[in-house]
Design a protein around this ligand. Structure first.
Ligand SMILES: Cc1cc2nc3c(=O)[nH]c(=O)nc-3n(C[C@H](O)[C@H](O)[C@H](O)COP(=O)(O)OP(=O)(O)OC[C@H]3O[C@@H](n4cnc5c(N)ncnc54)[C@H](O)[C@@H]3O)c2cc1C
Length: 383
């Protein structure tokens, strides 16, 4: 494995929010990076759901992003503060679930576009990584689905829950699905619906069904904010919305396939609930609402460090219940970036820097998985 190298080349599989955050940090540090993404283009799939960032996740993201984009990041995120509350289906408060002091709401799609800023042709779309070969000189050759290949000093698998890099590196690593059925809905924010989430989040507990609602309220419309604050960055038009997740103990059945069918079945299940909750489901956006499989990674032991490593959901996929997946991916990215910067400056060897990253990343990542599984019981309704 190469060491203390100033011309180090880093290959990243996956241009999700974790892989792009790493790429931004490496470019900032003057390190050569290429990112390979399976999807054909940046906007080919709308990935817009709200994610909640905590102080540490946001700090890691800002550490990697160039300072000129910090103002734009602040403008296109929203507040996420106040009480999380538990209510009954008539919106009567049952109890408070804890206060969020310093949260930030971000839309994953907008964030991903922002994270592409300035990376140019360092990100190659339509080029899935299918595997790799470790070379005798310690470097790694990534194999691409289009038949191409590329050699680097380090390959970082940031290719999400179905990671091809993880499959080869850790063939025994398992990702499990939480039993039951979840739905992910998105509804445009109106004044009436805004009242459903006065604080950081609202959990509605019905019999056999629970509904978790969060608010994504952009401080400024993303496209306009980019035009004013960083005209070279193109952000999409996106309106504020409520993001909600429904947990059902049983699947909805084979005849609920399209979103209108799923929505109508759900409307039947919440018949008699407060009219604002019915309105929330009735007005859900067909293009951005869907069934959701909640997955989590079983813990893995540290492997022998080589020229291939992992980051984010590719190694520690977790249920969204702890709100830590993106936060942890950003913290992985910032940590790995710091380690690689030390190598780039000749202050550390590549293998020991990567090993140190892996040990801390595994500890933190799997602690967050465990926390997400613990908190999932808050959301899963009794049968
Ligand atoms: C409903 C929901 C709510 C959530 N809420 C929160 C929250 O409040 N707070 C929070 O911190 N987290 C939250 N998360 C989790 C968060 O979205 C993820 O943890 C985060 O997106 C992980 O980032 P990543 O870059 O590791 O993976 P991803 O974002 O999944 O990116 C992986 C990328 O790799 C690409 N790819 C896949 N295979 C290949 C291949 N073979 N070759 C090349 N490219 C490939 C994919 O197309 C994708 O672009 C939530 C998740 C869900 C589903």
């Amino acid at each position: 494995m190469a060491k203390g190298i100033q011309s180090m080349k880093v290959l990243v599989a996956g241009a999700g929010i974790g892989g792009l955050c790493l790429a931004q940090g490496l470019v900032r540090a003057g390190i050569d990076v290429r990112v390979f993404e399976r999807e054909p283009g940046a906007g080919s799939r709308y990935q817009g759901f709200r994610i909640g960032l905590d102080g540490l996740g946001l700090a890691a993201l800002r550490e990697c992003l160039p300072p000129r984009l910090h103002g734009l990041l602040a403008a296109v995120t929203g507040p996420l503060t106040g009480e999380r509350r538990l209510v009954d289906p008539q919106l009567k408060e049952l109890r408070q679930l804890g206060e969020v002091a310093d949260g930030t709401a971000a839309d994953r799609h907008v964030l991903r576009q922002l994270l592409l800023a300035g990376l140019g042709d360092r990100v190659e779309f339509g080029r899935a990584v299918v595997g790799y070969d470790e070379l005798p000189d310690g470097r790694v050759e990534a194999r691409l689905a289009d038949g191409g290949s590329v050699v680097g000093d380090l390959l970082v698998g940031a290719d999400g829950v179905g990671s091809a890099v993880r499959r080869q590196l850790l063939p025994g690593a398992e990702v499990a699905a939480v039993p039951g059925n979840a739905l992910l809905g998105r509804t445009p924010l109106t004044e009436r619906l805004a009242a459903l989430v006065p604080g950081a989040g609202t959990l509605v507990r019905g019999s056999g069904l629970s509904l978790l609602i969060g608010r994504m309220e952009f401080r400024r419309p993303p496209r306009l904010a980019a035009a004013e604050l960083a005209p070279d960055v193109e952000l999409p038009d996106a309106d504020s919305y409520l993001r909600w997740v429904v947990m059902l103990p049983e699947p909805l059945g084979a005849d609920a396939v399209t979103w209108p069918q799923v929505r109508d079945r759900l409307l039947g299940l919440i018949n008699g609930w407060h009219p604002d909750l019915v309105e929330l489901v009735r007005r859900s956006d067909t293009g951005n609402s869907s069934p959701l499989t909640i997955r989590y990674a079983e813990p893995v032991a540290h492997w022998g460090t080589g020229p291939v490593t992992l980051l984010g959901d590719a190694i520690h996929t977790m249920p969204p219940s702890a709100g830590q997946g993106a936060n942890t991916a950003f913290r992985d990215a910032a940590l790995l970036c710091r380690s690689l910067t030390a190598v780039h400056r000749g202050e550390a060897q590549l293998s020991s820097a990567v090993e140190e990253y892996e040990l801390r990343m595994l500890d933190r990542g799997f602690a967050a998985v465990a926390q997400g599984l613990d908190r999932l019981s808050e959301f899963v309704p009794a049968r």
